[in-house]
Design a protein around this ligand. Structure first.
Ligand code: HPA
Length: 283
């Protein structure tokens, strides 16, 4: 029976085929996943090939608002970057395994470094709306793991370690770039919940007590899959709102998208400097 290895290979082959018509692009070694409201980065790439998710076999298609649902592979200066404009989440009804599948495909294509971005609620009171936060670690509270089920040793080990889920070296490079650009970039621990309802104030107090600085509904399945395959990971959250109970009024998705728009410039500037540097670290 075909498993994720075969499915990811089949998907990767369709992407390789599209890339063969753009030989100047070569093969991407670095991939970026853009979260809610952060899709604009894909427009920065030149000579790009755009592949809708629904034309890639087995690729899960996003239903969330603010997610375009396509893979854009193009050049950022000299560097070929694969950008996923949109992702799927367990709250859409996809399994954690399906949420991690695009990262499998990137791995089969030859991607070694992954930069994930997301919209998150701020729990750490030192953050504000619009803060960019570099993930130092995560707490998986989604109640699922993308590696559940039989393990395919061709993809990675049965029990992968998560001690350095977020590359220390990449974090140093990001901090260095942020300093040069005069961008504040605190680090934080991301708690992933299943959603789709936002949290209650009591849940936020609980998350703060267990050491979370941020809360969101994505990213962790992709990080686990990437680490399983031996990819190096970096992740940046955009604090689109302070978490439930921390500021007056109800949370809403429009606010999340708007805040993404507002940090667009800073976010783009940071990515443009950081990506070539993390790519240069690859063996
Ligand atoms: N909670 C969970 N996910 C989120 C939030 C939040 O407050 N903001 C953006 N994504």
């Amino acid at each position: 029976m075909p498993g994720d290895y075969e499915r990811a290979e089949e998907a990767a082959e369709v992407i390789r085929e599209a890339l063969r018509m753009h030989p100047q692009l070569g093969v991407p070694r670095i991939a970026v996943v853009l979260g809610s409201g952060l899709g604009a980065f894909a427009d920065e790439l030149t000579g790009a090939v755009k592949i809708p998710y629904n034309s890639i076999p087995h690729f899960p298609v996003s239903t969330a608002i603010g997610h375009a649902g396509r893979l854009v592979i193009g050049k950022l200066g000299e560097l070929t970057v694969a950008v996923m404009q949109g992702r799927v989440h367990p709250y859409e009804g996809y399994s954690s395994r399906q949420a991690g599948f695009p990262v499998r495909v990137m791995g089969r294509l030859g991607v070694k470094s992954l930069l994930l971005t997301n919209a998150a609620g701020g729990i750490n009171p030192t953050y504000g709306q619009g803060s960019l936060v570099l993930l130092s670690d995560h707490i998986n509270l989604q109640g699922s793991n993308p590696l559940t089920g039989p393990n395919d040793d061709r993809l990675g080990p049965r029990f992968p370690g998560m001690s350095e889920a977020y590359s220390l070296r990449f974090r140093q490079l990001a901090q260095q770039a942020a300093r040069e650009l005069d961008i504040a970039l605190p680090e934080g621990v991301y708690a992933a919940l299943a959603g789709p309802s936002y949290e209650t104030p009591a849940e936020i107090r609980y998350l703060r007590a267990i050491g979370a600085d941020l809360v969101g509904m994505s990213t962790v399945p992709e990080v686990i899959v990437a680490r399983h395959m031996g990819q190096q990971v970096m992740a940046i959250s955009c604090v689109t709102n302070m978490a439930a109970g921390m500021s007056p009024g109800e949370l809403n998705h429009e606010e999340v998208l708007e805040a993404g728009e507002r940090v667009r410039g800073t976010f783009l500037a940071l990515l443009k400097v950081v990506l070539p540097r993390i790519a240069a670290e690859q063996p």
